[in-house]
Design a protein around this ligand. Sequence first.
Ligand code: CAO
Length: 483
Amino acid sequence: MAAKKNARTAKSKAKFKVKSKATAKKVVKLKARKPAAKPANGNALPRPSTKPWGQAGRALEGIRVLDFTHVQSGPTCTQLLAYLGADVIKVERPGVGDVTRGQLRDVKGADSLYFTMLNGSKRSITIDSKHPKGKEILDRLIKQCDVLVENFAPGALDRMGLTFEHINKLNPRMVVASVKGFGPGPYEDCKVYENIAQCAGGSASTTGFREGPPLVTGAQIGDSGTGLHLAFGIACALLQRHRTGRGQKVLAAMQDGVLNLARVKLRDQQRLKHGPLTEYSQYGENVPFGDATPRAGNDSGGGQPGWILKCKGWENDPNSYVYFITQAPVWGAICDLIGKPEWKTDPDYATPPARLPRLRQIFDTIEQWTMTKTKFEVMEICNKVDVPAGPILSMKEIAEEPSLRLNGTVVELDHPTRGRYLTVGSPVKLSDTVPDVRRSPLLGEHTDEVLRKVLGYSEKEIAEIKVSGAIAAPEKPAKAAAA
Ligand code: CAO
């Protein structure tokens, strides 16, 4: 028995030897032939496309967004996703639509610029989200989409029955993204508009002149700024979904977004504990600091002092000004430009710390020079010698600036009811994505198309939906069927 076993073992050992010899041979052969027998790369990414740049699809192609946004913050986010290739389906209330369609109207009967400039490149479908049939259509849409974006007042989505649990059960891969005024805490149930966010996020208390009241800025950092934050969160959640296979909630609170943009002011708040903020004009003017970051007028927010200075023609043109920065490394060039070469060696002016207490007087002197030139001349002369200076551009000048048109930042579009209008194209440029910047949709323009092509409803079902009143005021059966 033992002899038999030994013989078997010897046999199998021999077999194994042969096998392993063959395997070894094979391995050696493979190695020798093609080291790239490994995956295309370590991250399991496809091989780099050989298509020309910009012709390999758009960044977000294949992503479908159920867009439940309105007013500004949410629409900013979904418009950006649409520019970069996502199929954005905007759900609006039948007969009413996004409230901004009718706000600040400039052309009678046409969608306002407020709406058209924030809802380009999207499709519009009207659904009454509180109608039983409307809910059914929404559930079907949820199953077909990758992302749901909303910026309703707190609790409104839940009141529609679209809780995260409900959505996640229907489509566990869906990313559910929201803009709210505040994050969890005492104010989470509050409705919030732009200026409230600017005030609550620390921007207003640090904007304006020391002697004046807090100021809101012209840039919509609460609305559009938060929309951009949300778009970033969505892109990250979609990337994470590649690893986890599941969606998640994404929240961008407007207070948080504004604070993120005003973070240098929180920096200054902490510096106050260690002494005055020497780069603020207030320091040079011997005005004591309080216990909170003050308003700094037009002081530069960084370590290089700057100010807005008058230029030639300022008496008649409210925008004939330039922002001038006295960057330390080019101080010598500034002294030469403004006709004060002696300041290069004068101990009162030669070093940044020496200049801090006399910034007001220095900028007044520089202004005597800038007032002899137009803002564009100042910019040209300064930039030639590496001195940072920028013109204060009016919206008229921006709208007419050819370079902004050329690079797609300002885009002129045609609209069936309002005619031609300007919009802002993609503010980020990707070298392999040509942004898809198209006009905004009319209310419900794509309802039939989405019901048919995205949701697969039959003609008979669509006729029934029309009669139900879920997508518009109920139609008479005969008319609906004929449509
Ligand atoms: N079908 C049926 N009902 C619909 C609908 C649809 N397709 N779309 C919206 N509605 C309903 C909502 O369900 C909600 O109803 P309930 O209050 O009965 O639940 C109602 O319309 C109004 O929604 P809302 O409360 O969001 O709108 P509002 O005008 O009262 O408030 C705003 C606007 C912006 C203050 C609020 O939405 C908000 O705080 N959003 C979050 C923060 C934000 O984004 N602010 C920036 C706005 S941009 O300046």
